[in-house]
Write a protein that binds this ligand. Structure first.
Ligand SMILES: [Zn+2]
Length: 318
């Protein structure tokens, strides 16, 4: 294992990410089956109200303002089941969804309940991150049927609590997590995976709880595979945070002032670009995967490729 990850606090940090990834996979399966059922429910309702057979499909409507009766009714139902449909700046994230697939892919319905950016190209539950999946589950009131916990309790229900602790982990600026934070992180996710309405007896959740409990209590050492999978997942997520990716080689310019790159050779003789001293330091994930932050909206990957994007906020990367 990487030498940097042997400290107890770093092991705790890794454990939290393993818990995140493990829980995400369970919730992805729940959301997948939940939104398939949601679509069937919608179609039954439309059949009862308008006589449109459930076997009828439309793949031609592309504009929300000019839809056939079927697509328009599906859209109405998506809106109706949104927890924050009345809020002036919330409601369904229409930009995420491909309307032409509403009748053939229920995940396009789920995407209407996710945050408005970053999910348009997520074709399945398996490709969607924790934040997207928990958003789909929490924001769609239909999904309440899979929970005993009252999801209308905005800041105290098991979904928003899990969302909040995962967001804290995502935005950490170091790789150190103390015991108490790790324990409460696990408790929060285990609490979610324990909900009695569905997850308590849902086999993927049963398996996940057993696995996470052993890791939390140090009864199961972190395997090399767990660690590598976890770090690779962080790298992939980090990479997606960049809105555009451009490759710049050291031949392009010696000193690119726009992104504050110092192309001068390093003392170790390598030619990888580095950031100029006045720029704030890279976030922990960048350092972890070997990136060096070189300026606002840019970063170098481990192989020296320069990634340009506007994903940075201040000195963070997401
Ligand atoms: Zn249509």
């Amino acid at each position: 294992m990487d030498e940097r990850l042997r400290k107890k606090e770093e092991q705790n940090w890794l454990k939290c990410w393993i818990a995140n990834d493990t829980t995400r996979k369970v919730l992805a399966q729940l959301a997948d089956l939940g939104f398939k059922a949601f679509y069937n429910h919608i179609r039954q309702d439309i059949h009862a109200k308008h006589g449109i057979l459930e076997t009828t499909t439309c793949i031609s409507c592309t504009d929300l303002s000019k839809q056939c009766l079927l697509c328009s009714e599906i859209g109405n139902q998506i809106w109706y089941h949104h927890r924050f449909k009345q809020a002036p700046v919330k409601g369904p994230s229409w930009r995420n969804t491909n309307i032409t697939k509403w009748c053939t892919d229920s995940w396009e319905l789920a995407k209407c309940y996710m945050p408005p950016t970053g999910y348009k190209d997520k074709a399945s539950a398996g490709e969607t991150d924790f934040n997207g999946i928990i958003g789909a589950i929490y924001n769609c009131t239909w999904m309440q049927k899979y929970f005993t916990d009252d999801l209308s309790q905005q800041n105290t229900n098991i979904c928003t609590k899990a969302r909040d602790v995962v967001n804290e982990l995502r935005h950490k600026h170091d790789m150190n997590t103390d015991d108490q934070v790790m324990i409460s992180f696990f408790d929060c996710l285990l609490n979610l995976l324990n909900d009695t309405a569905h997850l308590n007896n849902f086999q993927p959740a049963v398996d996940a709880r057993a696995y996470l409990t052993r890791i939390q209590l140090d009864n199961l050492p972190l395997s090399e595979k767990d660690v590598n999978d976890t770090l690779n997942q962080r790298y992939e997520e980090q990479k997606e945070g960049f809105t555009t990716i451009t490759t710049i080689t050291s031949n392009d310019t010696k000193h690119n002032t726009h992104v504050d790159i110092n192309w001068n050779p390093r003392q170790d003789g390598t030619k990888r670009p580095r950031r100029l001293p006045r720029i704030s330091s890279a976030c922990f994930t960048c350092r972890l995967v070997g990136w060096t932050l070189v300026g606002y909206g840019s970063s170098t990957s481990w192989n020296g490729t320069l990634l340009l994007g506007m994903a940075f906020q201040g000195n963070t990367c997401h």
